[in-house]
Write a protein that binds this ligand. Sequence first.
Ligand code: NAD
Length: 245
Amino acid sequence: MKCAIVTGAARGIGLATARQLLADGWKVALVDRDAEALETDAAVLGENARTFLCDVSDSDQIDRMISSVLEWTGRIDGLVNNAGVADFGPIEETNFDRWRTVMETNLDGVFLCSQAAAPALRESGGAIVNIASISGLRASTLRVAYGTSKAAVIQLTKQQAAELGEFNVRANCVCPGPVRTKLAMAVHSQEIIDAYHDAIPLNRYGSEQEIANVIAFLCSEKASYVTGQVIAVDGGFESTGVGLP
Ligand code: NAD
């Protein structure tokens, strides 16, 4: 049975992705740093799911997590780098601590988890799916740290695809539009919510499941000739030029 690691899987898009992969017949390692959240929904997904407490900005914790997953399943076929944090603020108020906090999870975490899982992914000919954001594709105010971290994840994905392709490892990037998760609702003011509704051709936020569907497809054999791609799952936002405040 194939095994996928999903980071940031205690809630939101990560939890929906774990559920979809389980429904598709995968074993799933649900990774998160929030112990309490991991013990709620993620802990009751059945015998093919296990939770692993790990902060993806800490390379020692990542090494231990990868070893524990391999002890459990003996293989890693999919890695979904989904764990993320958001901090919106003007450039002059984004001090270096705030900047580093965003980079440590959103960018360093993707690099470190992928590096640690690479030997197992090479063995299985597996797939990496990195979760960036439409904020990494298009600049708008308040997103200096978040948007820059996500733009870097897009480039990191292309680097991974270029280098790991010869080992039959695919790497793709999903850029979600807005979804009403804890992360988004902490930083989306009413002004931002209204602006998204106006700027998105489908005129609504997406759901966790709508993002999970595309992630699961990219993990699957159905995407066996897809690598190095950046896919916006955003109700059409990226296809228009309509800006945000
Ligand atoms: P969420 O807050 O619901 O879930 C994020 C999860 O990641 C949480 O369970 C959190 O504990 C975990 N996490 C955070 N930092 C971690 C770390 N260092 N180590 C381990 N776990 C960590 O948020 P979400 O909206 O589901 O976000 C998932 C991903 O989707 C993020 O990368 C986010 O940037 C991206 N995204 C979200 C939206 C949106 O509107 N919700 C839009 C674009 C991109």
